[in-house]
Design a binder for this molecule. Structure first.
Ligand code: TXA
Ligand code: MG
Length: 379
């Protein structure tokens, strides 16, 4: 399948139209099933310094040859990503690592236990890694994805591939090829369509370059899973709250508004499920009364009780992995539906639930209402 696109703001004759942008907006974007021909095309493009979007078990990535600065810079241009936010380098075999980073015994233990899979490790970098990959930091993020299409593509090109999530900067990460196309049409030559991503939230980012391992971004590999293998692991302070004024971000990505739909998301917490559903109904009705396009995100178990409140199904309250799997698709759907006010239930911030609450919290800029307070005010 091929989509020819003409999206973009500058037309060829427009005075002052930027050349690079013109070239980018006129690019044809192919969306291909990842058969052998598509994988060799992907490898050819990557070797030629071009971009390829590809599925991983977490989210879709936007890949380029990590060792070629120009190719890496075109990732930043396509996403509109700030240059001080470093990228993850993807490999398909561990033999690629010594060229990129110092592989410590602790790293080996973690790789034995969790690779291939949704765990990114921060290790001290070598001089071979371009500065634009690491944003000048002394560490480089490395990961071996388990998705068969990602593995096959990395094997076919046999290059370390720098790849952030394949969304426009600030938008929810893509968990389906259609999401990537929505953001990247006209900006990349090829999207490999590997269907929906299983995990649905990005990899766990673990810094093991310091004294004590520290999770900078929670993901599918949980703190408990890591501690079972290597002992105590810290959690970065800002996982469940915004950065404080002047606070240094351990991971530059945490500084930026992220995972956000266009509408304003508000989280509703409470002591009982009954109070939460009642409060969701109250704030939904109030927003409707004020003329907003409003909806609620709730657990499957509460869909019936909230059926008049445009409920969107987060998944089961007992299955945070299901919520993670659905979350970004749901947040993107809110934009398609032009929702401007969104109220959401929350999951317990434990296990994979911590990754869900990190993303949902940031989508809401951590704006939270307490059900009991809402209900008191409504009385
Ligand atoms: O699951 C994933 O990790 C996906 C797939 C495509 O692999 N990739 C992904 O990349 O989510 P990205 O660029 O959207 O997120 C990478 C995060 C950012 O928050 C970035 O700041 C952080 O990792 N990061 C990368 N290198 C770093 C470094 N050297 N030090 C601190 N943080 C780093
Ligand atoms: Mg991202």
């Amino acid at each position: 399948m091929t989509w020819a696109t003409g999206s973009g703001s500058s037309s060829p004759g427009e005075p002052g139209a930027n050349n690079t942008q013109r070239k980018r907006t006129q690019m044809e974007t192919k969306v291909l099933k990842p058969d052998e021909a598509a994988l060799s095309l992907a490898a050819e493009l990557l070797r030629a310094g071009q971009l390829v979007a590809f599925p991983t078990e977490t989210v879709y990535g936007l890949g380029a040859n990590a060792l070629e600065p120009e190719a890496v810079l075109s990732i930043f241009a396509a996403k509109g990503r700030p240059a001080d936010n470093p990228l993850i380098v993807h490999v398909w075999r561990r033999e690629q690592l010594p060229a990129l980073c110092e592989v410590t015994p602790l790293a080996e233990r973690l790789m034995d236990a969790f690779w291939p899979g949704p765990l990114t490790l921060l290790l001290r970098r070598t001089a071979l890694v371009p500065d634009c990959v690491t944003a000048g930091l002394p560490t480089v993020a490395v990961r071996m994805p388990s998705h068969p299409v990602a593995a096959a593509m990395l094997k076919a090109c046999d290059l370390p591939v720098a790849a952030p999530s394949a969304n426009l900067s600030g938008k929810p990460s893509p968990t389906a090829a259609a999401h990537v196309l929505r953001d990247m049409a006209g900006r990349v030559p090829l999207i490999l369509d590997g269907g929906a991503c299983e995990v649905g939230v990005e990899s766990t980012v673990l810094d093991i370059s310091g004294e004590r391992p520290c999770i900078l971004r929670p993901g599918g590999v949980t703190q408990g899973m890591l501690e079972a293998v290597i002992g105590p692991v810290d959690l970065a302070g800002s996982i469940l709250r915004p950065l404080k004024e002047g606070e240094k971000a351990l991971s530059p990505g945490m500084r930026y508004r992220h995972y956000s739909p266009d509408g304003q998301v508000t989280l509703v917490t409470g002591k009982t499920e009954q109070a939460v559903t009642k409060a969701l109904r109250a704030v939904y009705e109030q927003a409707k009364g004020n003329g907003h396009r409003a909806c609620v995100l709730c657990f499957t178990e509460h869909m019936a009780a909230l059926r008049d409140c445009e409920p969107h199904d987060l998944g089961s309250r007992d299955d945070p992995a299901q919520v993670a799997h659905r979350l970004f698709d749901l947040l993107r759907r809110l934009d398609d539906e032009h929702m401007d006010v969104i109220f959401s239930e929350v999951v317990a911030p434990e296990g994979v639930g911590l990754a869900v609450m990190n993303r949902l919290g940031r989508a809401a800029s951590f704006h939270t209402l307490e059900a009991e307070t809402v209900l008191k005010q409504a009385d």
